[in-house]
Design a binder for this molecule. Structure first.
Ligand SMILES: [Zn+2]
Length: 470
């Protein structure tokens, strides 16, 4: 039996809107390490006679830019642990691809290239990305295996980890070296316009599985990119991990062309309209409204009260608004019992500030549930989504008591979709506004669809010289 091989696992994952005023610091990141990290990957490395050494994996709810100081200290800690784990035959990095750190043009590329400099050229580096990540030459020049999610909303996170882990395990134990080829595509839309549960992306992503069956192809990917970052590296890409470069280049070209050809068909996966318009569409039937411009799971601040203001103005009742971030609200409700409370813009996300005198309220799980003129509002101490049915149950809220649910969301989460209610995407303002013409656009490369209207595109596939394992 050959000697046991060693790999290290870890990474950093976040999505940063450059339109958010809220910087992310250490407190925003959840750090997974030790056995919990090995369990998160849940891959049978031992059956490949591989020891997987957990470093750490830091993950945050999407938000604003990451503070440079935190980025540097997290990276330094990671690299120190990596150095201590050497020598290594492999590394598995779990990244997102949409991190933004002021003055660092390509934080993921920077992180991965420093990993490479520590582990050396013979080590095989595999990465997993979110398909809403931006990718760069610096990333590809330093990796051997690339995999990304193939579903949005994401329901294949663990299986994506497994695709990367399996390729890494096979490469490490089989002594062969995979290669990654890539082509950027001058298209950049939101996740809501490229849901894999709607056309054209449903068919495009199905097609990736067929590419994988081709000889010489190990893993095919389409990166949609992250639209709410005004940075040079934002955009879509086709990325193929291959064992045969020529086959990889062909598949990569076809994926890039397939996405490009479909660019004019990219559209919201649910009925979408302005705030005023959406209110004309709703009926007596229980419906869900997604306040998309302030969606915290895409990097929105989550504190805006635009929709609440519209509900009050129209006198709409039996509504649940879940939630609006309002740090400090619990203390205020407990100490200034008869004072009006203010809702909106508490974190600098903008929009109206509304003052109300709650008729009733209760506090639970770091949330204040407030009732006012037939509207129930969940005010949260932390920025957070309400995407799971358990989020409501935990607060003692029964959705059957309402005819309208307003959530801060883009496309609906699988659990909210499972309610099969009429649902509408409200094209509201905020740090993740779906009106791209309203977004400042100083740094994105040009031309880039739909910001400009490029007419032609010929994929240019990049690759690197093959290393040979010594
Ligand atoms: Zn994503």
């Amino acid at each position: 039996m050959s000697s046991q091989k060693r790999i290290a696992i870890g990474g950093i994952s976040t999505e940063c809107s450059t339109y958010s005023p809220l910087f992310q610091t250490e407190d925003d990141f959840n750090k997974i390490e030790g056995d919990s990290l090995v369990e998160l990957l849940n891959f049978p490395f031992a059956s490949f006679n591989i020891h997987a050494q957990p470093l750490f994996f830091c993950k945050s709810l999407p938000g604003g830019p990451v503070e440079a100081e935190y980025y540097s200290s997290a990276k330094d800690k990671f690299l120190k642990l990596l150095e201590a784990a050497c020598p290594l035959e492999g590394v598995l990095l779990m990244m997102h691809g949409a991190m933004h750190v002021p003055d660092i043009e390509d934080p993921e590329g920077n992180w991965i290239s420093e990993v490479r400099s520590i582990v050396g050229d013979n080590c095989i580096i595999a990465v997993c990305f979110d398909l809403h990540g931006n990718v760069t030459d610096e990333i590809f020049e330093n990796i051997d295996i690339f995999t990304a999610y193939r579903t949005a909303p994401h329901i294949d996170i663990e299986s994506t980890y497994h695709r990367a882990a399996k390729l890494l395990a096979e490469a490490v134990s089989g002594d062969f070296r995979p290669e990654v080829v890539w082509s950027s595509i001058p298209v950049l839309v939101s996740g809501e316009m490229s849901s894999t549960f709607a056309e054209p992306c449903r068919s495009i992503y199905k097609q990736l599985e067929i590419f994988d069956q081709r000889k010489g192809i190990l893993d095919s990917n389409l990166m949609i990119g992250y639209v709410w970052a005004d940075i040079k590296t934002a955009g879509a890409s086709a990325v193929v991990t291959c064992s045969d470069q020529q086959s990889g280049i062909e598949a990569c070209t076809e994926i890039a062309e397939m996405y490009w050809i479909n660019r004019n068909n990219l559209n919201f996966d649910m009925q979408a309209g302005e705030l005023d318009t959406v209110f004309k569409w709703i009926t007596e039937e229980f419906s869900i409204l997604a306040d998309s411009g302030d969606n915290p799971t895409a990097g929105g601040v989550g504190d805006r009260a635009d929709v609440l203001k519209a509900l009050i103005k129209r006198g709409i009742q039996e509504v649940l608004v879940a939630g609006i971030a309002a740090p400090g609200i619990i203390k205020e409700l407990q100490t200034n019992v008869h004072e009006p409370i203010s809702i909106g813009n508490r974190l600098g996300g903008g929009g109206p500030i509304i003052k109300i005198n709650p008729e009733r309220n209760y506090i639970k799980n770091e949330c204040a549930v407030v009732q006012f003129q037939g509207i129930t509002i969940v005010l949260t101490e932390q920025r957070r989504p309400f995407h799971n049915l358990s989020d409501f149950i935990e607060l003692g809220i029964d959705l059957n008591d309402f005819t309208l649910l307003v959530v801060k969301s883009g496309y609906l989460s699988p659990e909210l979709q499972s309610l099969s209610a009429p649902s509408y995407l409200m094209l509201t303002d905020g740090a993740v506004c779906q009106h791209f013409d309203k977004l400042e656009n100083k740094f994105r490369k040009r031309p880039l669809f739909p910001f400009q209207k490029p007419e032609e595109f010929v994929p240019l596939v990049s690759h690197k010289q093959l290393f040979s394992i010594s």
